[in-house]
Design a binder for this molecule. Structure first.
Ligand code: F0G
Length: 363
């Protein structure tokens, strides 16, 4: 290469709106607010399959690799772009953490205000830090997510601000891009798609995406949708709202999901299941994904694998079935949970002999 010459640049990913424009409600007039979200890794799972003797073709769609570390960015790029197009000066949401982090970042990029309501003491510190550093107005509510959502719904009736929870239809429109990517990356449609369920927007969005790709003849079959709630926050499984949901997976600590009907439709139309997994099963899967697959996801994300392991034990699958598990968020947001499953490192003096002794049997 001559001095001063570069390799011709690889065509770079333009974000989900430009990449899937024909499937999205944007026009030439829509200002695109993007952080180049999407195009997240689809990773074939090998070690875990061997360790657990899983006779499946298993993949992780790691959406924690999005710009703010969760799948929420897929919906937020569209929600913010449409809010800007409508001339909105502020967006508002209730959140268990990831939505608020994403709303704050995209509002910063768009140059408008973000207001977020979060349940006090029940969101991972990294997510709170994100909302704050991006300049959002953050209120900690002495109540849970469901109560915070009721408040923001009432506020948007009274003030000219845009709601960016997944009740905003543009959120789900953007999130459906993950289903397109799975098909594009795999080159086929997985037999099963498993994901955690909280407010139930994502399972609704994936199902919409798969159906639209099918209608557009990009694919010729549909997956069976599998959604997993935490046992202490499993209203859809129980068939009734839960007033005081509890789980270690704070992202899905939700008792009355906004997209309840969408989740049930995804389950029933695809012939799938929505099931519950215990906190123990979630943490076990979380640790396995990190220790033997090298992927650090957040606890809620691990509910997808926990559910697949549970159903596998019940002989739900057939040998060799293809299964994609979405890992919805990055574990870096919630380092505290690591210390619930792994011991703190030993402390040693700065002395080679002591270090050698501490590493006995390892070196
Ligand atoms: N996984 C993570 C990491 C989440 O943050 C969420 C939801 C879910 C799964 C569940 O997705 O709500 O579409 O069923 N988090 C929302 C929030 C509620 O406020 O960040 P869902």
């Amino acid at each position: 290469m001559e001095k001063g010459e570069c390799n011709s640049p690889k065509i770079s990913w333009r974000g989900i709106i430009e990449e899937y424009r024909e499937f999205l409600p944007v026009t030439d007039k829509t200002p695109i607010v993007t952080l180049k979200e999407g195009n997240t890794p689809l990773i074939k799972v090998l070690n875990l399959k061997e360790k657990l003797n899983l006779d499946l073709e298993l993949y992780f769609k790691f959406d924690g690799a999005n710009p703010t570390g969760s799948f929420k960015d897929r919906g937020m790029t569209l929600a913010l772009s449409k809010a800007m197009e409508a001339g909105s000066k502020a967006v508002i949401c209730a959140s268990t953490g990831n939505t608020s982090a994403s709303a704050a970042a995209y509002a910063a990029k768009g140059g408008i205000k973000a207001i977020v309501l979060i349940p006090e003491g029940k969101i991972a510190l990294g997510k709170l830090a994100q909302a704050l550093v991006h300049g959002a107005h953050v209120l900690q509510i002495k109540g849970n997510f469901d109560e915070a959502l009721s408040i923001v719904k009432a506020l948007v009736e009274r003030y000219p601000i845009t709601l960016v929870n997944s009740i905003n239809p543009f959120r789900l429109e953007g999130q459906k891009s993950a289903a397109f990517e799975v098909c594009d990356q795999l080159g086929f449609v997985p037999k099963y798609h498993a994901l955690p369920v909280g407010n139930a927007g994502n399972i609704t969005a994936y199902w919409k995406g798969y159906k639209e790709y099918n209608s557009a003849n990009r694919i010729s079959s549909l997956p069976v949708m599998l959604g997993f709630q935490a046992a202490g926050a499993a209203p859809i499984v129980l068939g009734k709202p839960i007033e005081k949901p509890e789980t270690v997976a704070t992202a899905i600590r939700i008792g009355n999901p906004a997209s309840w009907k969408g989740a049930v439709a995804a389950r029933d139309e695809s012939g799938g299941r929505i099931d519950a997994v215990t906190d123990g099963e979630i943490l076990n899967a979380y640790k396995l994904i990190a220790c033997i697959e090298g992927i650090f996801c957040e606890p809620a994300s691990a509910a997808s694998l926990a559910g697949v392991i549970k159903l596998y034990k019940e002989n739900y699958f057939r040998t060799g079935d293809s299964v994609v598990c979405t890992l919805t968020g990055s574990g870096l947001k919630d380092p505290d949970t690591v210390f619930k499953v792994i011991k703190e490192p030993v402390k040693v003096e700065a002395n080679i002999g002591k270090v050698e002794r501490a590493l006995e049997g390892i070196l």
